[in-house]
Design a protein around this ligand. Structure first.
Ligand code: ATP
Ligand code: MG
Length: 394
């Protein structure tokens, strides 16, 4: 147990109320997961999750304004004003292999076995995500060694990384997300296991893959994330179109500079960029190359995107928008974009052109439309290149 005092205003009041009602009713209740991790590293948590010994029906009975969601993994949403939701989950444990009736491999198909507090910590993915905060005692409960790794700034799986990545390959992308976003290292074991298991990404549920790629793009650390994906060989599995482009092009610095502008736009504007723009920014360079010198750029872009749609379950309407943005981009960048102004995608194409211009150290050719926000001119690209090997911290 580690006594830790968080400033009162750092903790979501609604989540604190949920915990206090649970404990007054005789159940255990803790803040868990990402919020505890973020509070410990001094970041503002996105949301506050609660874990409890109370069963879903019992939680439901305690809060009038709540509902049980999920069929297999049932949890309770406690509803507060202004659409605020506190996700409250009953402790679960990792199903042991003999309880896993559905398959003989390690892939987890059911994770709905109730358990005790320390078992719930143990089923989580990384030690830094397995910490519980006891609001009454003002203390962190740590059964998984997470505090040590918070201090060492290291991403480490709970248990053997090879086993944990086989259970759920998406955890490899989550390892990258946390390392990139928190600027943590990965333990040597986790790094090597992910390199070894990267092929398994092809077996993960495809909608989860595209969602996780978007999370990497959205977090304000897309450049570091994509760099790690590339360096660890995961990009070859997820987006070989981009990894071959990076390997073959003479100078890849424009790819990294653009991603770093995306990160800057997200961080400085403290807002988000649309999913279409994020996919377009990720794929624009190989796409432009594919479209270059063809008589039918839209067709070329479509052919390029088709395998991505298949592999990652990229929604077709997003792919189509990306295709159209890339088709009009060269005209906008040549200052001949006026005729495209009626296109609904014009503001997005303009914004992408502006990001690319800033990434190249130029001024944007046209001012971005107001509804996509102003873009500040920075000091040019920060070519923050990482060494290709020896990334892991042990
Ligand atoms: P973020 O700030 O991106 O929301 P998070 O850590 O809260 O980060 P979530 O995806 O919201 O991530 O998941 C909440 C918690 O659930 C995690 O902190 C982790 O403890 C657990 N978790 C999520 N996904 C997995 C997984 N694939 N395997 C095991 N545990 C997981
Ligand atoms: Mg979360």
């Amino acid at each position: 147990m580690f006594p830790v005092e968080f400033p009162r205003e750092a903790i979501d009041e609604a989540a604190a109320r949920v915990v206090s009602r649970l404990t007054r009713a005789g159940y255990e209740g803790y803040l868990v997961g990402g919020c505890v991790r973020d509070l410990l590293v001094g970041k503002r948590p996105k949301d506050f999750d609660v874990a409890t010994s109370a069963r879903p029906e019992e939680v439901r009975a305690l809060f009038r304004n709540s509902r049980i969601i999920g069929r297999r993994f049932r949890l309770v949403h406690v509803l507060f004003p202004a659409g605020h939701v506190v996700e409250t989950a009953t402790f679960r444990k990792n199903p042991t292999q003999d309880e896993q009736l559905e398959g003989e491999d390690l892939l987890i198909r059911s994770d709905n076995v109730f358990g005790r507090n320390h078992e719930d910590a143990g089923r989580r993915d990384f030690t830094i995500n397995g910490l519980f905060y006891d609001l009454e005692r003002r203390a962190i409960l740590d059964w998984v060694g997470g505090m040590e790794h918070i201090h060492a700034r290291t991403v480490q799986t709970i248990g053997d990384p090879v086993v944990r990545f086989h259970e759920d390959p998406v955890r490899m992308l989550r390892a990258i997300k946390f390392a990139a976003r928190l600027d943590f290292g990965m333990s040597r074991e986790v790094y090597d296991a992910a390199v070894q298991c990267r092929g398994m990404l092809a077996m993960a549920a495809r909608p989860r893959l595209s969602e996780e790629v978007l999370r990497l793009m959205r977090g304000g650390a897309s450049q570091r994330s994509v760099w790690l994906l590339w360096e660890m060989g995961m990009l070859d599995v997820l987006l070989p179109e981009l990894s071959t482009y990076l390997a073959d092009c003479e100078d890849d610095s424009h790819v990294w500079a653009l991603l770093s502008e995306v990160d800057r736009a997200i961080t400085d504007d403290a807002g988000s960029l649309s999913d279409v723009l994020l996919w377009a920014a990720l794929l624009v360079e190989p796409l432009l190359e594919a479209c270059d010198q063809t008589s039918d750029p839209r067709r070329a872009a479509r052919d390029f995107l088709e395998p991505v749609i298949e592999r990652l379950n990229l929604p077709r309407r997003i792919a189509e928008s990306v295709e159209r943005i890339v088709a009009i981009l060269p005209r906008i960048e040549a200052g001949r974009g006026q005729r495209q102004q009626k296109s609904a995608l014009y503001p997005l194409a303009l914004r992408l052109a502006a990001l690319r211009a800033v990434a190249r150290g130029e001024r944007p050719t046209e001012e971005p439309a107001a509804d996509e926000g102003e873009i500040e001119l920075g000091d040019g690209p920060t070519k923050k290149r990482r060494r290709r090997r020896s990334r892991a911290r042990s």
